[in-house]
Ligand binder design. Structure first.
Ligand code: HXC
Length: 281
């Protein structure tokens, strides 16, 4: 069995001349999606709230794009910080800047998300609303802002969802509700926008090593039996390893590629089979 995500399996010119707009683009998952798109010739626009994180990501990806010798066309990486997906007007400005600097938008990754652990009793209305506003409304706002470009270029959209709303995960009612909405939005938009040539899919990551979300959720139950909580968790995953950001990047590349040209409205679960275990977990 493969014990890590495969690398270097795609044609290096796969996305030559394409441009991807990525909200939450400096986060752990989305910056890896961006990195792998850049390696395949795609220019990227990194959108985020935190200026320092956006600038660091742009610096890293710019170095990477400069290293690519196999692709003739210049790959560009830009960052647009201080953008909150809850604010449609700031998103519209980010889209205009992207089109001014990179010429077009073909792909959109709606990856901006917020999360914290809180039980229902201590979660305020505003806390619940904040996460729903970032994860669900922010996803809607992102597609809305990019819509004209997506129509023009017969583009493709990927939402970053989750699997926790398939169960009743405690202390996550805000994210579960928001991500269930994201899946519903994916299916509705796939049907509505398919007629104008736009594909809309989602990726639902499971336990992805190195992410803030997994670090927050991977807490032990005290019964370690000499093993760390992460070792015990990993044993429960059918494919017997944690996911990596490369696994999510590979799913992203597939969904944006022409190999997926007849796929829309799909929530692609990338979790090593974990959620299918149901009651066995
Ligand atoms: C209870 C909390 C809280 C906590 C914030 N709040 N943290 N309530 N427990 N730990 C409450 C605040 O008290 C406030 O409610 C409301 O939430 C809004 O908080 P603000 O800080 O004013 O909002 P904002 O600055 O917009 O921050 C949004 C946020 C924050 C979501 C609350 O955590 C954030 O910015 N996160 C971004 C980074 C992040 O979360 N990354 C992880 C992504 S991982 P009151 O009532 O006091 O006004 C991920 C994976 C999901 O999303 C899938 C997991 C498997």
């Amino acid at each position: 069995m493969r014990n890590e995500a495969p690398k270097n399996i795609w044609n290096l010119n796969l996305f030559k001349g394409k441009v991807c707009f990525i909200t939450g683009g400096s986060g752990t998952i989305c910056s890896k999606q961006a990195e792998e798109l850049v390696k395949l010739g795609c220019s990227v626009s990194i959108i985020g709230r935190n200026e320092q994180k956006v600038l660091e990501t742009v610096k890293r990806l710019t170095l990477l794009s400069g290293e690519s010798t196999t692709i003739e066309e210049k790959i560009k990486v830009i960052g647009i910080p201080n953008i909150d997906v809850r604010d449609p007007s700031s998103l519209h400005k980010a889209v205009s800047t992207t089109v001014d600097k990179l010429g077009r938008i073909d792909f959109v990754i709606a990856g901006a998300a917020g999360n914290f652990i809180s039980d229902f009793n201590h979660m305020s209305t505003n806390a619940f609303k904040s996460v729903v506003d970032i994860d669900l409304l922010g996803t809607f706002n992102t597609v809305k802002a990019c819509y004209d470009q997506l129509v023009l270029n017969k583009g493709s959209v990927i939402f970053v969802s989750a699997t926790l709303h398939y169960y009743g995960v405690p202390f996550q009612c805000h994210v579960g509700a928001a991500k269930a909405g994201v899946d519903a939005l994916c299916r509705s938009l796939a049907v509505e926008l398919g007629t104008v040539g736009i594909r809309v899919n989602a990726i639902a990551p499971g336990a992805i090593d190195g992410t803030e979300g997994f670090a927050r959720l991977a807490v032990g139950d005290g019964k370690t039996g000499g093993k760390s909580p992460i070792e015990r968790f990993t044993e429960k995953i059918p494919l017997q390893r944690l996911g990596s950001v490369m696994d999510i990047a590979n799913a992203t590349i597939f969904l944006f590629s022409d190999a997926a040209s007849y796929i829309t409205g799909t929530v692609m679960i990338v979790d090593g089979g974990f959620w299918h275990m149901g009651n066995f977990n």
